[in-house]
Design a protein around this ligand. Structure first.
Ligand code: 2AM
Length: 164
């Protein structure tokens, strides 16, 4: 199965992100993230059956809850994202998760961690204006997720939760 480690958002931040997706939708065609799929990836594992080792890796972490500010927007090519303010606790958490996975011989995507929340892919318009107001939440849990395409729809399922 396809696995990744992610964090999810407070209802307030979800509302801000859904408003941003509506703004994008008004300005362009695209493949917009379904509300229930909004997340921030800490580590992408990809195809793996090593679920119990991945759970153990998350359980081994010792990070404490911390605050995170979502705000601002940008794009990687045709992919539009919402940003995260510079956050050493978040970077440390991503590094620790990746380290605990690697210790258990679970490979992660080696690209450096660039915190972003994908709002839409295949956004073709070049004329987009998107403003996302800074909004704070407390991160107090992270999740091991599986990703499946079910009847053509990308579906994410929480496999395990680690409270911080
Ligand atoms: P993205 O939204 O920027 O594409 C599940 O696929 C999650 O893992 C997505 O948030 C995706 O990021 C992220 N991810 C990170 N590296 C990936 C990779 N190599 N392939 C697919 N998804 C990846």
């Amino acid at each position: 199965m396809r696995l990744f480690v992610a964090l999810h958002f407070s209802p307030e931040i979800k509302t801000v992100l859904l408003t941003a997706i509506d703004d994008l939708r008004r300005q362009s065609t695209g493949n917009f993230t379904h509300p229930e799929n909004l997340h921030l990836t800490l580590a992408f594992i990809g195809e793996s059956d090593r679920v119990s080792e991945a759970k153990a890796a998350l359980s081994a972490g010792t990070a404490a809850p911390f605050e995170l500010t979502v705000g601002g927007a940008g794009k990687f090519g045709e992919l539009w994202w919402a940003g995260i303010d510079n956050n050493p606790a978040l970077s440390a958490l991503a590094a620790s998760v990746r380290n605990e996975l690697t210790k258990r011989n679970i490979d992660c995507d080696p690209k450096p961690f660039k915190a972003h929340i994908t709002l839409a892919r295949e956004v073709l318009s070049k004329e987009i204006k998107l403003t996302i107001p800074p909004t704070i939440m407390t991160v107090n849990r992270i999740s091991l997720m599986r990703s499946d395409r079910i009847n053509g729809k990308l579906t994410y399922t929480e496999v395990f939760v680690k409270a911080l």
